[in-house]
Design a protein around this ligand. Structure first.
Ligand code: HEC
Length: 110
C-alpha cells in the first residue's frame, strides 16, 4: 500500500510538471476574441460554432493544438489558434471547461 501511494504521488508530480495549469480568470480575460462565435461563456449562439462550455480541459487543449499543427484544418480556427501560447491554451481550456454547458438542458424530476 505504502509503495503504491508513493508511486501515485510520484506520478502525479510528473504529470503536474508537464501539464501547464490553466487559470480560469486569465482564460476569461483571454476569451474575448472567441466570444463572437463561441459565446461569452462558450455556449455558442448557433450550431455553426461548437459549444466549448463544459468540455473536458484536455479535449479543448488538444483541439487548439491540432489547429496549430494543422492536424485539424479549419480556416477560421487555424487563424485564431495560431497566436496562442501553451499558457493561453491552458487558461482558455480551464475557463471554458469550467462553464456550465447548455447541452445539459434536460432536468429530470420524479
Ligand atoms: C469567427 C468565428 C470563431 C472565433 C472568433 C473563434 N472560433 Fe473556435 N471555432 C470556430 C469554428 C467554425 C469551429 C469549428 C471548426 C471545425 O470544424 O474544426 C471552432 C472550433 C473550436 C474548437 C474545437 C471545438 C470542438 O469541440 O471541436 C475550439 C477548442 C475552439 N474553436 C476554440 C476557440 C478559441 C479558444 C477561440 C478564441 C481564441 C476561438 N475558438 C475563436 C469559430 C470561431
Amino acid at each position: 500500500m505504502r509503495i503504491l501511494s508513493s508511486l501515485t504521488a510520484a506520478l502525479l508530480l510528473v504529470h503536474g510538471s508537464v501539464q501547464a495549469a490553466g487559470d480560469i480568470d486569465a482564460g476569461k480575460a483571454k476569451s474575448a476574441p472567441c466570444a463572437a462565435c463561441h459565446g461569452a461563456d462558450g455556449n455558442s449562439p448557433t450550431t455553426a460554432f461548437p459549444i466549448l462550455a463544459g468540455q473536458y480541459q484536455d479535449y479543448l487543449m488538444r483541439a487548439m493544438e491540432d489547429y496549430q499543427t494543422g492536424k485539424r484544418n479549419n480556416p477560421i480556427m487555424t487563424g485564431f489558434a495560431a497566436p496562442l501560447t501553451k499558457q493561453d491554451r491552458a487558461d482558455l481550456a480551464a475557463y471554458f471547461s469550467s462553464q456550465k454547458s447548455s447541452l445539459y438542458t434536460v432536468e429530470y424530476s420524479d
